[in-house]
Design a protein around this ligand. Structure first.
Ligand SMILES: Nc1ccn([C@@H]2O[C@H](COP(=O)(O)OP(=O)(O)OP(=O)(O)O)[C@@H](O)[C@H]2O)c(=O)n1
Ligand SMILES: C[C@](O)(CO)[C@H](O)COP(=O)(O)O
Length: 376
């Protein structure tokens, strides 16, 4: 049974404010959209509907996550319709339509919607209204309403694909959500259990609430890595993705980027997933001279495939020479770009070994690294 996720992310987030639309803003260490996409990473397919101006931003936010991008429309309903039409080229059996602005959606909420679709053509989570309801005007209460039978709608809203595609094609447009479209087409919609935690980030205050929810649910894994490369003939050393001019090079099967190797091993270590030599055997000629970002990207992708993102990393280079300080900012930026996190979560520092041992005798460079992985 194919299940597709359709994530609508083409809004402008005007009520949330900020320098960029809310889905591209940072939240508990990752962009809002990244949290949301990770929550659906176990679906068979994922289509993300984004504003045409945001295509590149969206691809960066989704780095390592398997999804395709479709340009959005003028309102939510139009964006959903465009996403459904894109999926219709190879129709799934079920589709879960979800607001990118609900990054705290839990696996349980998603599973309940899918389970309800065993017997219903449409199902969506909701919470019964618990507060008294008023009407108001100009800061004055003008009336009251009975809350019995009223629900607050959430997403993902799940459907048999053919049914919701036909419903959207028949709808004049402008619906607030897909349940409204489904009902207009006569579909019966099952209500599943929503959650207060599945909030939609709408105003600036919602970011702090969502961050608290995501941080509470975090499973943090920690790994360390250590590597050494000997000096050899050459005129530069590759360290943390930066070519640092030096009177000697480093010897190695790959580009001998000792810092990046230690960091890659730290990520494998956090996953309990072996080490760099196991994934890229030095006996394999295809890795001869390889650029080490290949190894680091591989470790990050393996973490993402298991539902983890890199939280922060810390690399220490141990050498008498070359001087690392002048290059540390460039190294942090290079590692951050490969991992797909902000540079503020990447530390690169250096120490000498007080002229003791092989690094003290300037025979080579050692590196140690620590990485944390966090779950979505
Ligand atoms: N043209 C639009 C408008 C909205 N959405 C998406 O629909 C969801 C719910 O919309 P809302 O929370 O209202 O988001 P925005 O439209 O971005 O917010 P605002 O109304 O504050 O601008 C969001 O995931 C949003 O990205 C969309 O895909 N296309
Ligand atoms: C679909 C929805 O999330 C249900 O609560 C909501 O209607 C979308 O947000 P909007 O602010 O109404 O566009």
């Amino acid at each position: 049974m194919t299940i597709a996720a359709l994530i609508v992310a083409a809004g402008r987030g005007t009520r949330a404010g900020g320098p960029v639309p809310k889905q591209w803003q940072m939240l508990a260490g990752a962009q809002v959209a990244r949290w949301t996409l990770r929550a659906f990473s176990r679906m068979d397919r994922c289509v993300v509907v984004v504003h045409p101006d945001d295509m590149e931003t969206a691809k960066t936010a989704a780095k390592g996550i398997d999804c395709t991008f479709v340009p959005g429309g003028a309102d939510r309903a139009a964006s959903v319709r465009l996403g459904l039409e894109a999926l219709a080229e190879d129709p799934p059996r079920l589709v879960l339509i979800h607001d990118v602005a609900r990054p705290c959606v839990s696996p349980e909420i998603i599973a309940e919607v899918i389970a309800a679709l065993d017997t219903a053509k449409a199902a969506a989570p909701a919470l019964p209204v618990t507060d008294a309801l008023w009407t108001g005007d100009a800061g004055r209460v003008t009336g009251t309403r009975d809350r019995d039978g009223l629900y607050r709608a959430q997403t993902p809203q799940g459907f048999r694909f053919d049914a919701i595609l036909a419903a959207h094609r028949a709808h004049p447009g402008g619906a607030a959500d897909d349940v409204a479209v489904a009902r207009a087409a006569g579909l019966d919609v099952a209500i599943t259990e929503g959650s207060e935690q599945n909030l939609k980030i709408t105003t600036p205050a919602d970011f702090a609430r969502a961050a608290r929810i995501l941080e509470q649910g975090l499973d943090i894994r920690l790994g360390n890595g250590f590597d050494v490369h000997a000096f050899a003939e050459g005129d530069h050393v590759m360290l943390c993705g930066v070519a640092v001019p030096h009177e000697r090079g480093l010897s190695g099967h790959s580009d001998a980027d000792v810092g990046m190797h230690a960091l890659t091993d730290a990520i494998y270590g956090a996953l309990a997933d072996g080490d760099i030599g196991q994934h890229f055997p030095p006996s394999d000629p295809q890795w001869k001279g390889a650029e080490s970002h290949v190894f680091l990207s591989h470790a990050v992708a393996r973490a993402a495939a298991r539902g983890y993102a890199v939280g922060n990393v810390d690399v220490t280079l141990i050498c008498e020479e070359p001087k690392i300080g002048p290059h540390a900012a460039a190294m942090r930026a290079a590692l951050a770009a490969i991992i797909g996190i902000e540079a503020g979560r990447v530390s690169v520092k250096a120490t000498t070994s007080e002229r003791l041992g092989f690094t003290g005798r300037k025979e080579g460079i050692a590196a140690m690294a620590t990485a944390t992985l966090v779950t979505a």
